[in-house]
Design a protein. Structure first.
Length: 318
């Protein structure tokens, strides 16, 4: 029986061959070589602190949340921070919603408009917009791209059909995003760039305490492929007719100050178990504006409670 005299490759030789074949020196590395990921520090403590310094370079991030919860402003703050750290790079804002107030965001966040390209695609399908973004990522000087937003992407088959024709689930962008996200992630990793995709949320149900359960449009791809997901929310304490202080700059509102404490009615809370009605036992309560706070177990539906608008803590009841 003839012996196999062919020399077998060592793991080191195999790694070198793969890295050379795919033109990527980091495709196969030894386990004791830990890549160092640079992070973009924006000065936004709500993002920088939980992310150990900021958004990682070479990665995709998703900013999702309720309307008017600060997603666009946060993305623009990241864009301005990127410009400060990378003066030789260009940032691109793809405004599919056609709703960005460029001058306001530039004033609020310090964006250099001469080093930012603004794209407001009209008459383009979602697939065409995603293909355009892939081409943008291949350019030499683009470093950060913002897509605003995923739900605004309209599939080609929807654009080509009449308004009255119902395409059902086939009418969403999930399939297109499943092709786009892995390709974009490869490009971002290779180029060391950042992409921020803005998404919205939809109410998918309620918890037993009455709080909303949210889902995100666009399918699973943004959730699977994004290295960072930042969920934006808002605490609604004010009602129509309530007064607050608003600070203006050149006629533009830039800050508002809520009252320290505000009185709101409890619309839903679990009935306390007998024996657990002391002030030390806390439970969730949904207030008339939809905000959920912790209240003592003796609080019941219909009670008027005082809440601290800075700490969201229960202060008392009428």
């Amino acid at each position: 029986m003839a012996k196999d005299t062919e020399k077998k490759l060592t793991m080191a030789d195999f790694a070198k061959r793969l890295n050379k074949e795919y033109n990527n020196n980091n495709l196969v590395i030894q386990s004791d070589v830990v890549p160092v990921y640079k992070r973009l520090t924006s000065g936004q403590m709500g993002i920088d602190y939980p992310l150990y310094g900021g958004l990682p370079y070479g990665r995709m991030a998703v900013f999702a949340g309720l309307e008017h919860s600060g997603k666009t402003t946060a993305a623009c703050a990241q864009l301005a921070a990127y410009q400060r750290e990378n003066p030789d790079k260009i940032c691109v804002y793809v405004d599919v919603e056609h709703s960005l107030d460029i001058q306001f965001q530039a004033m609020m966040n310090g964006i250099d408009l001469e080093r930012m390209y603004y794209i407001s695609p009209e008459g383009m399908s979602g697939e065409q917009i995603l293909e355009m973004i892939l081409e943008l990522e291949d350019t030499e000087d683009v470093g950060l791209i913002v897509l605003d937003s995923i739900p605004a992407l309209v599939p080609q088959n929807v654009m080509e059909n009449e308004f009255t024709k119902d395409l059902g689930l086939r009418g969403n962008m999930a399939k297109g995003l499943h092709k786009f996200c892995p390709t974009m992630c490869d490009k971002l990793s290779r180029n060391g760039n950042i992409m921020i995709m803005i998404n919205q949320v939809r109410v998918a149900g309620k918890t037993f305490t009455g709080a909303n359960i949210y889902s995100e449009p666009g399918g699973d791809a943004p959730r699977y492929y994004a290295s960072v997901k930042v969920r934006f929310g808002k605490r609604v304490f004010m009602k129509d007719g309530d007064e607050m202080e608003i600070q203006f700059y050149n006629g533009t509102p830039i800050n508002l100050t809520l009252p320290k404490n505000i009185w709101l009615a409890v619309t839903y809370t679990e009935t306390a178990v007998k024996g657990d009605t002391t002030s030390s036992v806390m439970k969730d309560a949904t207030l008339e504006t939809g905000v959920v706070v912790k209240v003592p177990a003796f609080i019941k539906e219909g009670d008027i409670v005082s809440v601290d608008t800075e700490t969201y803590e229960y202060r008392g009841r009428k």
